[in-house]
Design a protein around this ligand. Structure first.
Ligand code: FMN
Length: 186
């Protein structure tokens, strides 16, 4: 798919068909993640592919806003070794977004479940819950979980309302970026 078409049409999907994601597509998603840029090319990430139904159900209870994982046939847990990079959050975030874009390109849908800085319950970090569930070593931080599958809901592509030109400055903060023919901007 043409890149800008894909960027417009990709939406977060949180309800999925039962149909499993074929193994070759799972590997394409991982290839997309491995193609990410990273600071100093340190590549601190480690991805955990989860397709075990009981584990997916347990992951859906990681925090509020994770329940869509209960119907997802696949989740990719994005972790990174924080001892390898002080900017592991950025590196892992780019990899996660590569997975989301690749999923859409492959006819799949996805959504991001934030784990870092989120609470499971009674003050327990969602990271600790996921770490315990999947046996993740303590030097690996858990950024997010990408739920993936064939969509069971439809969403329209993004419209032009996402283009918030007022959030763009030219040369200094607050100096408007002028669009040709825009009479509302002095
Ligand atoms: C850093 C980040 C954290 C997010 N956390 C969650 C989450 O925990 N649960 C969820 O259902 N969606 C989550 N999302 C998805 C956003 O809600 C979604 O991208 C946003 O509403 C825009 O909708 P769209 O993806 O359809 O364009 C997250 C997205 C990002 C980038």
């Amino acid at each position: 798919m043409e890149l800008f078409d894909l960027l417009r049409k990709r939406r977060s999907i949180r309800r999925f068909q039962k149909k499993p994601v074929p193994r070759e597509l799972v590997e394409r998603l991982l290839e997309a993640a491995f193609l990410s840029p990273s600071s100093f090319n340190r590549r601190p990430w480690h991805f955990i592919v989860v397709d075990d139904r009981e584990k997916l159900k347990a992951l859906s209870k990681a925090k509020l806003g994770a329940s869509g994982l209960a119907t997802a046939p696949l989740a990719i847990v994005v972790t990174a070794d924080e001892s390898r990079s002080d900017v592991w959050v950025e590196d892992a975030s780019i990899a996660a977004e590569h997975i989301q874009l690749a999923a859409f390109d492959l006819g799949l849908s996805s959504f991001w479940v934030q784990i870092r800085n989120r609470i499971h319950d009674e003050g327990k970090p969602a990271e600790d819950y996921v770490r315990g569930l999947l046996g993740i070593p303590s030097n690996y931080r858990v950024l997010c979980i990408i739920g993936v599958g064939y969509p069971a809901e439809k969403k329209p592509p993004h419209g032009d309302e996402v283009f918030e030109w007022e959030k763009v400055s030219h040369n200094s903060f607050g100096q408007p970026w002028k669009k040709p023919g825009d009479s509302s901007v002095q």
